[in-house]
Design a protein around this ligand. Structure first.
Ligand SMILES: [Zn+2]
Length: 378
């Protein structure tokens, strides 16, 4: 089996002096005009193979748009990928790149140098910029277990940002010695079969507060209120992402330490299965279980932890002690009491144990549903 790859993107500010800034700016315009031209050729002639497209556009890209040989190839690649993506989604319009769209850099057109500097190709020769790195960026960028790949340079509010892609071959998964089952829910976002819970209480609190705030703004419906609403939406998504990162990280670390595989519910059934009180429905529909599962899959792959997905039916109503299955076993949201053997437990823990058992009885899925190309934005 081929090793799968993990991909991540590190976003760094790039400081350029005014001369370099003008050169990069000119390059950005020429590059995106060239990419738009390449895309139009690819679109009209139905060619998205980079080598084939190369012969059709290379001469014109260099002569008409003044790109050097290497940047011309980058423009072609960007165009070919965009056209392929557009066709695969059934779009009927050819991709166009605005003057402020990014410049694609590859191993031949940019280079990381000592002292956090970066050398960039432009239409007027190379320039050297200074990367502005925080702890996070420095730690990730210079982690040599990750291989530096291509990058995208773009400007936002007069600041240049370089989005550097890194890849790493995933380790072959450990042969697991057991399974850590994970039950996802509303009150406890995640509960594992060891009985550890990742509470949703604090999360719930924050979300409730934000929801009421949103409602007030919606009622007000002024320009300022609409602006605040857009801001809040972004804040909410970032908060949710952060929580999901924390939980998935903890789960994968734990499984890794215990040399266990992870088992999660197959979420296709999660909404249909759960009977949710009206007051909880909003949180339930919103909460990104899907994202949490993606994060778990991604991190597990990076760490060589196997993940399997089990059928969620009956996991919450089956007794993990005797196997007796009855809806009445689950007394309340958090209480499980078996009608046959009298076993009592926290309902989520009981479910997590069932999930871990179910995973043992089925083939382990080592390739996660999140493919090798899944990008985890920095
Ligand atoms: Zn029982």
């Amino acid at each position: 089996m081929n090793a799968t790859l993990s991909t991540r993107t590190i976003c760094c500010k790039v400081a350029l002096d005014s001369v370099a800034d003008a050169m990069v700016h000119a390059t950005q315009q020429a590059f995106n005009r060239a990419a738009t031209y390449c895309a139009s050729v690819a679109w009209e002639q139905g060619v998205t193979n980079k080598n084939k497209l190369h012969h059709l556009v290379y001469g014109a890209t260099r002569a008409e748009f003044g790109l050097g040989a290497q940047l011309a190839c980058c423009a072609r690649d960007k165009a070919a990928e965009a056209v392929r993506a557009a066709r695969s989604t059934g779009s009927d319009t050819c991709p166009v790149f605005g003057a402020d769209s990014s410049i694609r850099y590859d191993a031949r057109t940019y280079r990381l140098m000592s002292l956090d500097r970066v050398s960039l190709n432009t239409v007027h020769g190379r320039v050297v910029g200074q990367l502005v790195l925080g702890d996070y960026q420095r730690r990730h960028l210079y982690d040599t277990t990750w291989k530096i790949g291509s990058a995208e340079l773009l400007r936002r509010a007069n600041v240049w940002y370089l989005h550097i892609t890194q890849t790493k071959a995933n380790p072959a998964p450990d042969e697991p010695t057991g399974v850590l089952g994970v039950d996802l829910g509303i009150v406890n976002l995640a509960t594992d079969s060891d009985g550890e819970t990742f509470s949703g209480e604090q999360v719930k609190h924050v979300r409730e507060r934000r929801f009421r705030h949103r409602q007030r703004l919606q009622t007000a419906n002024t320009r300022r209120a609409r602006w605040r609403l857009r801001q809040l939406a972004g804040k909410e998504a970032r908060f949710q992402r952060q929580v999901n990162h924390t939980i998935s990280k903890r789960l994968v670390q734990k499984a890794k330490q215990q040399r266990k595989a992870l088992a999660l519910e197959d979420l296709k059934g999660i909404r249909a299965r759960a009977t949710v009180r009206r007051s909880q429905r909003r949180q339930h529909a919103n909460w990104a279980f899907h994202q949490l599962r993606q994060f778990v899959s991604y991190k597990a792959q990076c760490d060589g932890v196997r993940v399997s997905f089990v059928d969620p039916r009956y996991t919450s109503r089956t007794c993990s002690a005797c196997g007796h299955c009855d809806k009445a076993n689950r007394k309340t949201q958090d209480q499980f009491l078996c009608g046959a053997c009298g076993y009592q437990a926290n309902a989520d823990v009981n479910a997590a144990v069932n999930i871990s058992r179910a995973a043992v009885n089925q083939p382990i899925v080592s390739a996660s549903p999140v493919g090798a190309g899944y990008k985890l934005p920095a």
